[in-house]
Design a protein around this ligand. Structure first.
Ligand code: UDX
Length: 440
């Protein structure tokens, strides 16, 4: 089937390549020429495991093209809207200008019976508004949120945990146009659907809420364990053992109970804030006041880490050399948006320390965002002469570091583990002071 994907960021580029790999004829659209040039050349414009291979495979098969010209969508029957909804500057609300611009630009090319599929994360109510705007074209809107994780985007797109379709309804029933649109989207997803991927068919409101509810739950789970870390710090308990022990309860589960510097990235932080803002507009802000706590627990972990660094530096960070391992918001990504590691690095520098940051993939992005810090690709170079080493992002190469080898080049053998990713006994045996969040 001929389909278009509007927006070629972390979501859209992967979606376009994945849909092409399923055998569809896909055109990806983005306003950013450098991104489109890279994709046309078969290069991923950002680091995402598996994407380069998928682009090459799809490019070679001839079913994947890219353009900056929206007119290239003409003739496609299904159009995926995959643009970003960043946080508004100085506000909690989401900026919907890219979503609105995408839909407006699609309108001249839509035919009756075409399907527009919303995948961006939006405040509930947006789909209803867009559907009205699309009504005169005879095209139908489906709200089909995306749950992919960066670092696993290809796998998550091709083998999702579930599909959610928000369809147009009337008096509680899916409309005829909604059923026809569903049949077309089923055809697009025929391969993963054949794998028995669960499909939840619902209305627009529920579909939009599912996405922000899922992200709010994940953020809450992380902040819950980080709140327990605060309790552990006050009592001498060990949050990693606590997480193991409560995680054995199948109702709780161990995943997303890793205490440390907390959540960052382009989704969780801004999504919970936009959700709170929307609840306020809907007059139900009390329903989500707890998310304010989730957000502040998350922020407090970064502050605590700076305090820990100050403690091991005998009360002052001034002129201390600190190596920060990791710049990205999580491993296997080059994304530094709202990165806890980078925020801590920045705060240490503002407190007078000389901070050297290293990261396997994120240095270029980090340098652009925080030019005040010092960067090197080489871990040994970063830690050479350091008074303190701080693990900010748990890349495998940092988990596997040899404490003996590192000890030879540092000035002070202080390891601050911001992700509870290292074995304290091993580091202590090599003569290091090991400190972590929520661990004695
Ligand atoms: C998230 C959702 O997981 C995904 O379903 C949605 O589509 C987009 O938002 P992503 O932003 O890629 O995905 O990252 P995720 O893997 O969820 O991690 C988010 C942050 O939480 C990272 O900074 C990570 O380090 C942190 N985290 C995660 C913890 O601090 N502890 C954990 O136990 C898990």
């Amino acid at each position: 089937m001929r389909i278009s994907v509007i927006g070629c960021g972390y979501l859209g580029a992967v979606h376009a390549a994945a849909m092409a790999s399923l055998g569809h004829e896909v055109v990806g659209i983005d306003v950013d020429e450098s991104k489109i040039d890279a994709l046309r050349a078969g290069r991923a414009p950002f680091f995402e495991p598996g994407l380069p291979e998928l682009l090459l495979e799809a490019g070679a098969a001839g079913g994947l093209t890219f353009s900056t010209d929206i007119a290239a969508v003409a003739g496609a029957r299904v159009h995926f809207v995959c643009v970003g909804t960043p946080q508004m500057k100085g506000e909690f609300r989401a900026d919907l200008s890219y979503v609105d611009a995408s839909v407006t630009s699609l309108i001249p090319y839509l035919q009756p019976g075409d399907v527009v599929v919303g995948k961006s994360t939006v405040p509930v109510g947006t789909a209803e508004r867009l559907a009205e705007q699309l009504a005169p074209t005879g095209a139908t809107l489906i709200w089909n949120p995306e749950f992919l994780r960066e670092g696993f985007a290809v796998e998550d797109t091709l083998h999702p945990d579930r599909f959610v379709y928000g369809l147009p309804t009337q008096d509680g029933e899916v409309t005829e146009a909604g059923e026809a649109a569903k049949a077309l989207l089923d055809e697009v997803y025929a391969t993963p659907l054949a794998d028995d991927t669960p499909l939840v068919v619902t209305d627009y409101a529920t579909a939009q809420l599912v996405k922000v509810a899922a992200n709010s739950f994940l953020a809450t789970k992380i902040s819950f364990i980080n709140a327990m870390a605060e309790l552990c710090e006050a009592t001498g308990g060990d949050v990693t053992q606590l997480a193991d022990a409560i995680g054995y309860d199948a109702r709780i589960g161990r995943r997303f109970l890793n205490a440390g510097l907390g959540f960052g990235g382009g989704c969780l932080p801004k999504d919970i804030r936009a959700f709170m803002a929307r609840a306020g507009e809907l007059g139900v802000d009390q329903a989500l006041t707890f998310l304010r706590e989730v957000d502040s627990i998350n922020g407090r972990r970064r502050e605590r880490m700076v305090e820990l660094a100050r403690e091991v530096c005998d009360g002052s960070l001034v002129d201390k050399r600190i190596a920060v391992l990791g710049a990205t918001f999580k491993p296997n990504s080059d994304d530094i948006r709202d990165s806890p590691a980078l925020a801590v690095a920045d705060s240490l520098e503002k407190n007078g320390a000389h901070v050297v940051v290293t990261d396997p993939q994120g240095i270029e992005n980090a340098r652009r965002a925080r030019p005040n810090l010092h960067y090197t690709q080489d871990v040994l170079e970063a830690v050479r002469g350091a008074d303190v080493v701080l693990l900010g992002t748990e890349w495998t190469e940092y988990r596997d570091l040899d404490p003996e080898k590192l000890a030879e080049v540092v000035t002070g053998k202080h390891m601050l583990d911001g992700r509870n990713a290292l074995d304290p006994a091993r580091w202590r045996a090599a003569g290091w002071t090991y400190r972590a969040l929520g661990r004695p």
